[in-house]
Write a protein that binds this ligand. Structure first.
Ligand code: PLP
Length: 326
């Protein structure tokens, strides 16, 4: 598979084998509270339990294990809203590769600190995620570093999609999946792999009203720029890239609907997951629950929701739980 080929179910199976020493097969546990509310079985995929606190370790592992000798010598650079950078830094340390992570100042301090403590070099600059991307591109052209795509890369997409195989395995009755969506590296592969494994599965993706880059791009029929506003779901910030090669088309082909959630709904979902399940989930990780808390479907079906990450700072977490925002 070359980095620009659309990944297939076979690529995802291969990725699952490759990343197994680095990424957990996470549990898919029932939510009593959501099941009662929706009136159909709801299970939660706990990517919050991964070593770096999010599913991003799957894609980073698959991409970095595949590095060529020349790439290893050159060193890695990436741009990130935090969780991808942390996963790349974690893998780079395990594989003994030099690594730089570029972030905008929208990335919370707790995420920067975690990356710094993994030994990666850090560059803070640029306006939002798209600006951090430009900083990384300068390092590529000036210093010959290898850019590790946060989402628009076949190896990254296939790596993230390994969690879909685990879901179908553990929950064969599944008829619907709800998946957080930003650049689409998660949604593209997960929705492809779910539908390839069981074609009746409906896929719902969730973005924030603060930064609905993929939704607006699909409406426009091509990748477009959107302004990035600060959000409780900081991991869902950033555009999809005007030169998007893979995730735009895959999300268009494999995602049945995209829902946008508000800041109040994200905070409410974070509180709900703590009060009912005692789970600590960051904003981006809670948006799938926010969708179920809003809906009242006539014919609910067995549903899996992805809780994608846990990396929320203590201060923000306390403010959300005590409903003290603003
Ligand atoms: C990166 C991330 C997402 C979105 O993934 P994309 O591949 O950019 O769509 C969702 N949740 C969390 C916690 C993330 O870190």
């Amino acid at each position: 598979m070359s980095p620009s080929d659309t990944p297939t179910l076979a690529d995802v199976r291969l990725a699952a084998e490759r990343i197994s020493p680095f990424a957990l097969r996470t549990p898919l546990i029932p939510s009593q509270a959501l099941t009662e509310r929706v009136r159909a079985t709801v299970r939660m995929k706990l990517e919050t339990l991964q070593a770096t606190g999010s599913f991003k370790i799957r894609g980073a592992a698959n991409r970095l294990i595949g590095c060529t000798q020349a790439e290893r010598r050159a060193g890695m650079v990436t741009a990130s809203t935090g969780n991808h950078g942390r996963a790349v830094a974690h893998m780079a340390r395990l594989l003994d590769l030099p690594c730089t992570v570029c972030m905008s100042d929208l990335v919370p301090e707790n995420k920067r600190d975690a990356i710094r403590s993994l030994g990666a070099a850090i560059e803070i600059g640029g306006l939002g995620q798209d600006g951090a991307f430009e900083v990384a591109q300068t390092l590529v052209s000036h210093h010959g570093l290898v850019f590790i795509e946060p989402f628009d890369d076949a190896m990254v997409i296939a790596g993230q999609a390994t969690l879909a195989l685990e879901i179908v395995d553990a929950f064969p009755e599944i008829e619907r999946a709800i998946v957080p969506l930003s650049g689409g590296g998660l949604a593209a592969g997960v929705c492809m792999a779910l539908k390839a494994s069981k074609p009746s599965i409906r896929t719902t993706c969730v973005s924030t009203e603060a930064c609905p880059a993929m939704a607006r791009s699909l409406e426009a029929g091509r990748p477009i720029l959107v302004e990035e506003r600060a959000s409780l779901a900081d991991s869902l910030g950033g555009g999809i890239g005007l030169a998007n090669r893979l995730t735009f088309a895959m999300v268009r082909d494999f995602v049945d609907e995209i829902i946008l959630v508000t800041e109040a709904e994200i905070a409410n979902a974070m509180r709900f997951l703590f009060r009912t399940e005692q789970l600590i989930v960051e904003g981006a990780g809670a948006v799938a629950a926010a969708v179920l808390l809003r809906e009242n479907r006539a014919h609910p079906v067995p549903t899996a929701i992805l809780l994608t990450g846990r990396n929320v700072s203590t201060d923000l977490w306390l403010n959300v739980c005590q409903d003290r925002l603003r």
